[in-house]
Design a protein around this ligand. Structure first.
Ligand code: 10D
Ligand code: SF4
Length: 316
């Protein structure tokens, strides 16, 4: 039987960012240095395949520090942790390694600096997301006010509108955040913040590539996990940029082939925590069913790399 033709657009950049790459390396190197088990507080990155692979090598994933024994190393996930977490680990004299992405740590430092300058903080982020919890947790409870939407800006009640600063989650929608920042500046003209927001290079680049790709595609798939904020944003960006069918899939078995009936063009991208092997699995699934012509939609070239912490670079 002849396969139907399909143009497969591949977004670039897609998949792993430098922060994810570093965080996974930290767990692998910790296992090499200290042996199993090494504890990891929260999924090191939001991807079940990555987490399962590290669990097979001896990592134990927990949600809270109190679930870890005192005498085994613990790693904090790439999303960052409230200040109380390393403080508690130090008090228990635990070995801990912080795998927080340096670009998230940069936001933590920003928040602290604003607080030191006597400013109250507003965080633009998603309630309950570990990065938002971690960034808000850099300052005492109640010091950081959360806004998630433009509507929230109208109701937020700072102590003194003249002494206000904002920070953001790194994985937000660039377009939605622009509107929220504009609303903050309109309501609080004295507010201080980053030049635009704190969205990282990887989030920005993946959203840009999707915007370029989506209008060409009958359908689009984002490889990523349901709890991966940056991956979910890519689905939204694709739909808004004019792709009628944009879906998140964890791997090839999630593809709804009936929904794709009759398509002649397909777009594929992946969130910052989705490994290349799963992206290739999805591409191969299309090659099995269609006569595929691959076309790259490249909007940026990335060459960012972050060093792992010194403790892991030293030999045991
Ligand atoms: O949910 P998310 O997009 O924040 O995290 P994920 O683990 O999917 O991707 C990496 C992004 C991090 C660690 C936050 F900057
Ligand atoms: Fe760091 Fe951005 Fe990757 Fe988050 S998405 S881990 S901030 S590089």
């Amino acid at each position: 039987m002849t396969k139907p033709p399909l143009t497969l657009y591949l977004a670039a950049p897609r998949g792993f960012c430098a922060g994810v790459d570093r965080a996974i390396k930290i767990v692998e190197m910790a296992l090499e240095k200290w042996g199993a088990p090494v504890y990891v507080r929260h999924e090191i990155v939001h991807n079940k395949f990555v987490v399962d692979g590290l669990r097979d090598k001896g990592a134990v994933f927990v949600e809270e520090l109190h679930e870890c024994p005192d005498d085994r190393p613990v790693i904090f996930s790439a999303h960052g942790v409230p200040k109380a977490v390393p403080a508690a680990a130090a008090k228990r004299e635990m070995i801990y390694v912080d795998a927080t992405c340096p670009l998230v740590s940069k936001v933590h430092i920003e928040a602290q600096r604003h607080a030191d300058n006597g400013l109250q903080m507003i965080m633009i982020g998603h309630e309950g997301h570990p990065e938002t919890v971690g960034t808000m947790g850099q300052l005492p409870d109640g010091e950081v006010l959360l806004v998630e939407t433009v509507a929230d800006v109208a109701t937020v009640t700072p102590r003194d509108p003249q002494k206000l600063a904002f920070v953001t989650q790194t994985t937000l929608s660039v377009d939605d955040t622009k509107d929220i920042v504009a609303a903050l500046h309109a309501r609080f003209p004295a507010i201080i913040g980053p030049h635009k927001e704190d969205i990282c290079y990887a989030t920005t680049n993946r959203q840009e590539a999707v915007k370029a790709m989506a209008p060409k595609c009958d359908a689009m798939l984002v490889v990523g996990a349901p709890n991966s904020s940056n991956s979910r944003r890519l689905v939204e960006v694709g739909a808004r940029a004019g792709c009628d069918y944009a879906q998140l899939v964890q791997r090839a078995t999630d593809i709804d082939w009936r929904a794709l009936d009759g398509i002649t063009s397909m777009g594929i991208t992946a969130g910052a925590s989705a490994p290349e092997v799963l992206i290739n699995e999805v591409i191969d699934a299309f090659k099995n069913r269609y006569d595929v012509t691959v076309e790259m939609v490249e909007t940026a070239v990335e060459n960012v790399e972050f060093k792992v912490p010194r403790v892991l670079r030293e030999t045991a």
